[in-house]
Design a protein around this ligand. Sequence first.
Ligand code: NAD
Length: 280
Amino acid sequence: MAATLLDGKAMAQEVRALARERAAALAEKGRQPGLAVILVGNDPASEIYVRNKGRACEDTGIRSETIHLPADTAQETLEEEIARLNADPAIHGILVQLPLPAHLDADRALAAIRPEKDVDGFHPVNAGRLLAGQDTVLPCTPRGAMYMLKSTGLPLSGKEAVVVGRSNIVGKPMALLLLRENCTVTLCHSRTADLAAHTRRADILVAAVGRPGLITADMVKPGAVVIDVGINRVEGKVVGDVDFAGVRETAGWITPVPGGCGPMTIAMLMLNTVEAAERA
Ligand code: NAD
């Protein structure tokens, strides 16, 4: 039987409705949430992401400001801009769109954001809190993936979870969130010796790599929940890391691409921004 689709578009609408309601409550008290997005250079994909974030803010009732800096911006200029936004009481969330041009130090830029305004959850303080199991802002993509996973209603405790990809923005925080739910977590990456041997054991399989078709049906345990974070452009089409047509015949639940993790990520950015404004 074909897997049940985890409809990220519909779930994103739920999350955005919640964010909208809470943004309106804040606005009534004269504290409309504000998000600043810094974009350096002219990467076309980044420009699309930033535009979508601006639209989502408008739809949610969040004031948004986009700071578009030239590709040759100096590190000091970028950090001055961050310092200005850190000091602006109308801005509750600051996001530096990644990737930055190669001459800029992304770690330094992210660390320059005040942790309370870090709505991406990438600041070392917030990443450290997540590692220590403390309350903190959660990175948007893993937070969205967990929301979709929990929508299945399956008990997570004791389940085998395998995350493929160990980036700081998706793979590692995803593994920590699954651990927090008492899953037994395996984190696979480009040097993993036998990827399929791990993925075949997974009750929950998260693919966050950036390789189209990496996860095929023979690598998936029947009935597993498969969360596809990958975004790849192949012959003008957007596809994930999972061979969707094959895997949907084996899995119990699967997220589509597009319409899965993508919309959920933006919805969680809206919620993170509203929550930052509530705490301010
Ligand atoms: P990344 O390039 O930082 O990390 C990729 C990871 O994949 C690395 O840890 C690497 O070790 C691992 N890897 C590479 N080849 C592998 C292989 N053959 N087998 C196993 N592991 C392998 O990427 P990222 O920023 O984590 O993003 C991953 C994917 O998720 C990309 O396609 C990206 O576009 C997408 N993404 C989607 C969203 C969303 O909103 N849906 C958000 C962020 C990233």
